[in-house]
Design a protein around this ligand. Structure first.
Ligand code: TRP
Length: 331
């Protein structure tokens, strides 16, 4: 049997996941788990660059793990682990730091953004964020990394560091490529019509997988609409298109085509559409939320998952480190 390609991806431990995360990332992780050798981890160490206070961190990590499992990630298929449980990464990070230049790190778009956002805490970890991310990827000798557009520059840096290491010492690392889902990605917009659904912006325009039924109803009923199309078969404005996208995800085909037709014949009542969408959305989210809550409350199960994931991640990581040290003539 041919061995499967190794895939690595890191998940930010920022607590609650929303529909944008689900359709942008998690659903794709779930699709990959049979065909690839997947290493998915919660990047708790990365969060120290912006959130040095760790009081709430553990809980966020557990919530993210629970939500990912509730969405269909199978811890028996993928290595699901926590970054801080794999100390091998830190050693590789040290070596990669000697191959990373201050100038290129300072030019990184995300670094410049963070400097602007937190001018009083421009720590070295912030500067070397892409080096730690490269270590996460290279420690598993990954060939594919599913990431969003905002992470592609970091991935390019990972390839550069890997290439420098291979050239200076011995070929150890494959060059990791972005994993592109192309058109299969479903873009979810914010319910207020302002850009992508995201947790930092308007909370009332973001649907979380943890939202209770009443909250989902409230948010959907508040979603931006207008007085309706004035000519047949009009082009839908973005915020209306988004409601149809959400319907496509959650409602049955008869319901979707009824509202499509109502739109195309200018008799659509957005109030009715949103009522229907809210109920269908609740049917979609409730089982995920309940499953995530059950998992989150099962500390013994989560401990077992994290231990199992760390063991799998460390097995491959220590083999990489052995190759790295040998290439560097350390041992
Ligand atoms: N930087 C990524 C983000 O903000 C998270 C991350 C950390 C990551 N390490 C990684 C993603 C390794 C892919 C591979 O989303």
């Amino acid at each position: 049997m041919m061995s499967k390609e190794v895939v690595v991806s890191g998940i930010r431990p920022t607590g609650f996941l929303h529909l944008g995360n689900y359709f942008g990332a998690m659903r794709n992780y779930v699709r990959m788990q049979d065909d690839y050798d997947c290493y998915f981890f919660v990047a708790d160490q990365h969060s120290l660059t912006t959130h040095p206070d760790t009081t709430a961190l553990r809980n966020s990590v557990l919530r993210v793990l629970a939500e990912n499992i509730a969405c269909g990630l199978d811890p028996d298929k993928v290595a699901l682990y926590v970054q801080s449980d794999v100390p091998e990464t830190a050693e590789l990070y040290l070596y990669l730091n000697m191959l990373a230049y201050k100038g290129e790190l300072e030019k990184t778009v995300t670094f410049k953004e963070k400097v602007r956002l937190q001018p009083d805490n421009v720590n070295a970890g912030l500067l070397t964020y892409p080096v730690l991310m490269s270590a996460d990827i290279l420690i598993q000798r990954a060939v594919k990394v599913p990431v969003g557009k905002d992470q592609e520059q970091h991935l390019e840096m990972a390839r550069n560091f890997a290439d420098r290491f291979n050239n200076r010492y011995t070929e150890v690392f494959p060059l990791p490529q972005p994993f592109n889902f192309g058109n299969t990605l479903t873009k979810i917009l914010s319910l207020d019509g302002n850009g992508k659904m995201s947790k930092s912006e308007n909370q009332m325009a973001t649907i979380y997988l943890a939202d209770e039924d009443e909250m989902i109803r409230k948010k959907i009923m508040k979603a931006k609409t207008d007085s309706g199309p004035v000519e047949a078969n009009a082009v839908k404005p973005g915020y209306i298109e988004n409601l149809f996208t959400l319907m496509n995800i959650t409602s049955d085909t008869a319901t979707i085509s009824k509202f499509e037709q109502d739109f195309n014949t200018c008799i659509i009542r957005y109030g009715d559409m949103k009522k229907q969408l809210a109920e269908d959305m609740i049917r979609f989210i409730t089982p995920i939320r309940e499953k995530a809550n059950d998992i989150q409350n099962d500390q013994a199960y989560l401990d077992k998952i994290m231990k199992q994931g760390a063991a799998k991640a460390r097995a491959r990581a220590s083999e990489t480190l052995r190759l790295v040290r040998k290439a560097m003539r350390f041992s």
